[in-house]
Design a protein around this ligand. Sequence first.
Ligand code: NAD
Ligand code: HSO
Ligand code: ZN
Length: 434
Amino acid sequence: MQILRYETYKQNVAKTEKATQLMQQNLDEQVLEIIRAVQERGDEAALTYTQKFDKADITSLSVSEEEWDRAFDKVKQEQPALFKALTEAAENIRQYQQRTKEEGFQFSPQPGIRLGQKITPLERVGVYVPGGKASYPSTVLMDVIPAVVAGVEQVVITTPPRSDGTIDSVVLTAAKIAGADHVYKIGGAQAVAALAYGTESVPKADKIVGPGSAFVARAKKWVFGDVAIDIIAGPSEICAFADNTVPPSYVAADLLSQAEHAEDATSICVTTDAAYAEEVQKEVERQIPLLERAVIIRESIQTNGKIIICDEEAQAIELINTIAPEHLQLMGERAEEQVEKIKHAGAIFIGPYSSEPLGDYFAGPNHTLPTNGTARFSSPLGVYDFMKKSSTIHYSKERLLDYADTIITIAEAEGLTGHANAIRIRKENNDASS
Ligand SMILES: NC(=O)c1ccc[n+]([C@@H]2O[C@H](COP(=O)([O-])OP(=O)(O)OC[C@H]3O[C@@H](n4cnc5c(N)ncnc54)[C@H](O)[C@@H]3O)[C@@H](O)[C@H]2O)c1
Ligand SMILES: N[C@H](CO)Cc1c[nH]c[nH+]1
Ligand SMILES: [Zn+2]
């Protein structure tokens, strides 16, 4: 894992950003071809891509009720500890999400005037659950539960099948615990296209949410507008700000926990202590071979792993706010004071015992978070992503007549005499009858 001084890192970032732009042009061509094919040929194209990319020879995209029930019963009976853990995590997520649920409001600025905001759940939501390099029952819980808490009528899941055509029983179990309505065996850009435009078997969604590989993220970007999307939650990222009060083994383990997601995951340690940076580096090297997914981790750490040495805390905070990481761990002894200074991060883990996987699996806040610097303007997935707002306006006859001339003045200034007329007709009708 590379150790860099702050200044050197800043120069490197500019170069990487250029490379990313170039790579995406190539990706766009592939993704657009898939979207067009699914839009035109529906299930047939979806099944062909599933065969091509997931090596699964299936004839139906839909998970049957029997298949789903069988998976649920199997996990419940054969893996009771896991079943209990998923149920407990689901409860924590539900409780947290309930608190994020916004209520509408009404108020009366004057007698005869009532203004408000009505909040309504979306009707049809598609949740993408990644399935290429790992299986993500936790993502099922994280992304389905807020939709259910919001009151969405139909929540469907799409996830790539394994090469034998099945979906992981634990994913299916989590889907039932979370309250999903249906599961479809389809992944990648083809899943996003199927949810965006509908196919013979996959219903069109009003909104698509959920993280995924570059194919998924890019496809979501392309279908946006025809359908709503959440955030672009791409490859996982972690940034740990630590000092020598934190065992380097904790920092290394947390960095590697995210590196194991995929080769394109990013793990960064920020510190102001050069000797400590070397200790973390040694620990990373020591731990990599001990982990099962060492090959993926090695590549991820070699490509996107960095330990950055800053001159002082203020510089480190500025750097973190520039990176706007998906996960930020403030691990050092000044963690509590530093929280206030963080402006941009998807989730902030405070203290050496708030290790990132705690948030991935159990604590309650969502693990679907903005990545790739988008925490500058996006928030974690939450109930608010599954609700939309309508304004409500009521004026009594008296109040409308009070303000009729004011409204007509503005309408005429815009040259929209039809607008002015809609108000005037009421005023004149009232003048005639009095
Ligand atoms: N931000 C979050 O909350 C969060 C949560 C879980 C996972 N993740 C991230 O999501 C990503 C998951 O990626 P993944 O690959 O494991 O699963 P994925 O399901 O997102 O992607 C796999 C699918 O991509 C498609 N695909 C693969 N190769 C292709 C090709 N050459 N051309 C076109 N399509 C192709 C296939 O359809 C395959 O099913 C990881 O980067 C992980 O870090 C993020
Ligand atoms: N860390 C991922 C989000 O970046 C979420 C996850 C799911 N399972 C394990 N981790
Ligand atoms: Zn994770």
